[in-house]
Design a protein around this ligand. Structure first.
Ligand SMILES: Nc1nc2c(c(=O)[nH]1)N[C@H]1C(S)=C(S)[C@@H](COP(=O)(O)OP(=O)(O)OC[C@H]3O[C@@H](n4cnc5c(=O)[nH]c(N)nc54)[C@H](O)[C@@H]3O)O[C@H]1N2
Ligand SMILES: Nc1nc2c(c(=O)[nH]1)N[C@H]1C(S)=C(S)[C@@H](COP(=O)(O)OP(=O)(O)OC[C@H]3O[C@@H](n4cnc5c(=O)[nH]c(N)nc54)[C@H](O)[C@@H]3O)O[C@H]1N2
Ligand code: SF4
Ligand SMILES: [Mo]
Length: 747
């Protein structure tokens, strides 16, 4: 019998509470943790397979350095010494724009990025690239405008709704809501609740729907315009809400006048008009919640569609309200505010692209490396991210990595990215370290879990990612000599540490801007963990609103607050409620009048230009590429690139391409045949799976293929089929609409 320990799942952003039975430092059993206040014992079958994350043949044991076409073992001293020296010399020769940091988007933990961004700042660069800008840039940008500041990202609050609209979201497979399968079943079984699914295919979620609108792929803009127009025609809008909580409504309302909803719906979206009217009625007249996801985010017109979704919510009074779309409470925002209208905002050298939420987009990074401007990117640190499999245009990434003067990969595994990096540094895994994420997503209550190590480090050489980056910072001489009393104070608890560090900054005000690093170094040493120190730092520096929310549930509103909270966090490995924010959700907004700023003038023109005729013409596919490749289904047989041993799927097929029976028939293909798929980027050979979940005219390859495990390759890396130019105006890749053709291959 092993020992049961409380932890959390790191395989998707739900971070469900888990209990793990550990025997001889191995996970032998897993169950959902009923004590977790958010997941309440829920756990999916990926979570049950988490042992494959912890124990697999690709785990890293010590630092590696590239020597010719292979890697050799080196010491930490050599690794830190050489990398820090190279970073400094690249900066000296080519300036701060030559360095970029890649990380921060992992669904399992995010403390590394706190230090990673400090390193970036110390080198004078702002080039932070993250997976976040592969899905969320458009919605974050729209949220920023509507809420008055980027970083206020809104999410669906589906559990409190009576009508749930799954718009381009396949929750049955991907989760993305707490306890998703239970939620979907409840909507399916409860006669008072309605599940509407807006998805071109019969997704696994659509099977449970009260109403499934199987629209023509990519015609969402017209459908959204039609629904809003119907609501206005029927006078179903929430007039009081619009008056009390929305600014700019009059201008926005005019954009829909004269729009021929019925014609759009029938002629282009290919839907039954009565079904759309019923959808509009349910959204307007019940407690509705719309959860949009990658079918919208990684598709054409994403900015416009996210804007239309907010207009739809505002017109029906479902934005910033419980059970609708909320602006969640947070301890720290998902990113920093960046506004491209500000002249000081950094842009990239080649594409002149701006960041959203402080993040630059993965789709253009290879181009920013592969050009001859003296200020091109020459050095990359990649932490907890796998661009060579996760980011669009793998072939361009391969070239870009060759062209770099320095590439460093911090990971737990010898990944596809590690293979191409100059240095590979072993991190502790999320189950061997303290960490947390910012995916708490609720209001007014703020839930928090600090995962604690449940496994001994597999390798004595592995370190926290944050600690590795801190070592680099120290080796570059960015930290001053620090007094022993700061190191000692942390051992007496947080309150005593706070006293000591405040006194230190009174004496040394010139070091105040290094505060997070000094805390990471000194408190980190006292606690034996940089991540723990960073979490304590977040509590110490939390916003006024957060502190008021913590006081509201009984934490003392004085210098001891952070320590009390911290003790509770440590004492509740299952997670806990740490604050109850005060006031209604509109209080989270940063607009001066606390109203939703609905009028985004830059989008008026594109909104009006999206006419029935123009959209119809743009939906046509090029002659040579008559099918749509859905590049990256988030299916239950994949977990981003986190589970490396392909054995975790047993005998289930996961490396196939899903096709509709009729499309396959036309091409003379049957289930199990090999077919050739060709896009502008490349060609791949793949096994066909005839599936009832494929729409006509579309083929689907799962996200996460092209795994190189213990040296052998499994499945097609769908990012080899995506070209970096398959992107929109925010440089979000159009992974849900890659034009392609499929051909049978002879024996
Ligand atoms: N099992 C599993 N779960 C995961 C992950 C995983 O790898 N595996 N990854 C996690 C991550 S990081 C994320 S971001 C989420 C993603 O979660 P989802 O967004 O749910 O994932 P997708 O599989 O892209 O589902 C998008 C849906 O949009 C539909 N769609 C495609 N084109 C259109 C269109 O033109 N219009 C509309 N309305 N719909 C369209 C597709 O048919 C599909 O059903 O999943 C998370 N959960
Ligand atoms: N074509 C296409 N591409 C896609 C998508 C798609 O739908 N289509 N989906 C996109 C989406 S939504 C997302 S979110 C991204 C995700 O892509 P990534 O950001 O690359 O995230 P992951 O694949 O989850 O994992 C990244 C790395 O973290 C490492 N790791 C795990 N634990 C630790 C740890 O404790 N410490 C450190 N340092 N590293 C660790 C893993 O080994 C892995 O190499 O992929 C995107 N890529
Ligand atoms: S829903 Fe996500 S977090 Fe929960 S067990 Fe499944 S993969 Fe893990
Ligand atoms: Mo994602």
């Amino acid at each position: 019998m092993g020992e049961w320990k409380k932890s959390g799942c790191i395989l998707c952003a739900q971070n469900c509470g888990l209990e793990l039975e550990i025997e001889n430092n191995r996970i032998v059993k897993v169950r959902g943790d009923k004590d977790n206040p958010r997941s309440l014992g829920y756990c999916c079958q990926k979570g049950l397979k988490i042992a494959h994350y912890a124990h697999n043949g690709d785990r890293l044991y010590y630092p590696l350095k590239k020597a010719g076409d292979r890697h050799v073992r080196i010491s930490w001293e050599q690794a830190i010494g050489e990398i820090s020296e190279k970073l400094l010399s690249i900066k000296e020769d080519h300036g701060p724009k030559s360095f970029a940091y890649v990380g921060g988007g992992n669904v399992g933990g995010q403390m590394e990025v706190g230090i990673g961004l400090r390193l970036l700042g110390l080198l004078g660069s702002r080039y932070y690239y993250s997976s976040l800008a592969q899905e969320f840039s458009n919605v974050f940008w729209v949220d920023g405008r509507v809420a008055g500041k980027q970083g206020l990202t809104s999410v669906a609050d589906a559990h409190g709704a009576d009508t749930l609209v799954a718009w381009g979201w396949n929750g049955w497979m991907s989760h993305q809501e707490p306890r998703t399968r239970l939620l979907i079943k409840e909507f399916a079984e409860n006669p008072h609740k309605k599940l509407l699914v807006i998805d071109p295919r019969l997704s696994e979620t659509a099977k449970f729907a009260d109403l499934h609108l199987a629209l023509r792929p990519g015609s969402d803009t017209l459908l959204l315009k039609a629904i809003i127009r119907i609501i206005l025609e029927q006078e179903w809008e929430d007039k009081k809400y619009l008056e009390d909580h929305v600014s700019g409504w009059e201008e926005v309302a005019q954009l829909f006048s004269g729009f021929e909803a019925k014609r759009a719906v029938e002629e282009v979206c290919g839907l039954n008009y009565e079904d759309v009217v019923e959808t509009a009625r349910l959204i307007a007249q019940t407690k509705s919640c719309i959860h949009q996801d990658l079918g919208i985010y990684m598709n054409r017109n994403s900015t416009l569609n996210n804007y239309l979704l907010h207009i739809l919510r505002a017109v029906t009074g479902r934005l910033a309200v419980e059970g609708g779309q909320i602006f969640p409470a947070f301890l720290y925002p998902m990113g920093s505010d960046s506004d491209e209208r500000h002249p000081k905002t950094w842009r990239t050298v080649k594409h002149k692209m701006f960041p959203v939420l402080g993040v630059f987009p993965p789709a253009i990074l290879p181009d920013e490396i592969l050009h001859d401007h003296p200020e091109r990117i020459r050095a990359l640190i990649v932490s907890a991210c796998n661009p060579l499999r996760s980011w669009p245009d793998t072939l361009a990434y391969e070239k870009a990595f060759q062209a770099l003067e320095l590439s460093v990969c911090i990971d737990i595994a010898y990944t596809e990215t590690a293979r191409l990096s100059d240095y590979v540094l072993p991190s502790l895994s999320y189950l061997e370290s303290y960490d947390t994420t910012c995916f708490n997503y609720s209001y007014p209550e703020f839930y928090f879990q600090m995962r604690q190590p449940v496994l001994e480090p597999l390798s004595p050489e592995a370190k926290e990612g944050s600690a590795i980056i801190l070592e680099l910072i120290k080796a570059m001489g960015f930290l001053p000599e620090l007094p022993d009393r700061l190191y000692g104070a942390g051992q007496q608890g947080l309150t005593s540490y706070l006293g000591a560090i405040n006194a230190y900054f009174l004496e040394n005000p010139q070091h105040a801007k290094l505060a997070p690093l000094i805390l990471a170094e000194t408190l980190g040493k006292a606690l034996g963990s940089v991540n723990q120190a960073l979490i304590a730092g977040l509590l110490i520096n939390s916003s006024k609103g957060f502190k008021a929310g913590a006081a509201a549930i009984g934490y003392p509103p004085d210098i001891t607050m952070a320590e009390k909270m911290y003790q509770d966090i440590v004492g509740h490995p299952q997670g806990l409620i740490l604050a109850r924010f005060q006031g209604d959700n509109f209080q989270m907004l940063h607009t001066p009048d606390k109203k939703l700023a609905l009028s985004i003038e830059e989008l008026f023109e594109p909104l009006q230009a999206a006419t029935i005729d123009k959209e119809r013409a743009e939906l046509d596919l090029p002659e040579h590429y008559p099918l749509i490749l859905h590049a990256g289904l988030h299916h239950e047989t994949v977990a981003n690139t986190m589970l490396r041993n392909p054995q975790w799927n047993g005998s289930r097929r996961w490396a196939t391409m899903l096709m509709h029976e009729a499309d396959a028939g036309n091409l003379g293909l049957t289930d199990g045949d090999k077919a050739e798929i060709t896009t502008k980027a490349s060609t791949a050979l793949i096994e066909v799976e005839i599936s009832p979940h494929a729409a006509r005219g579309c083929v689907y390859i799962r996200h996460g293929g092209g795994l190189v495990y213990e040296g052998s390759k499994y499945g097609v890396n769908v990012n080899e089929l995506v070209q970096s130019t398959d992107r929109d105006e925010m440089c979000t890749p159009m992974h849900r609409r890659i034009p392609c053709r499929v051909e049978a291959v002879g024996e």
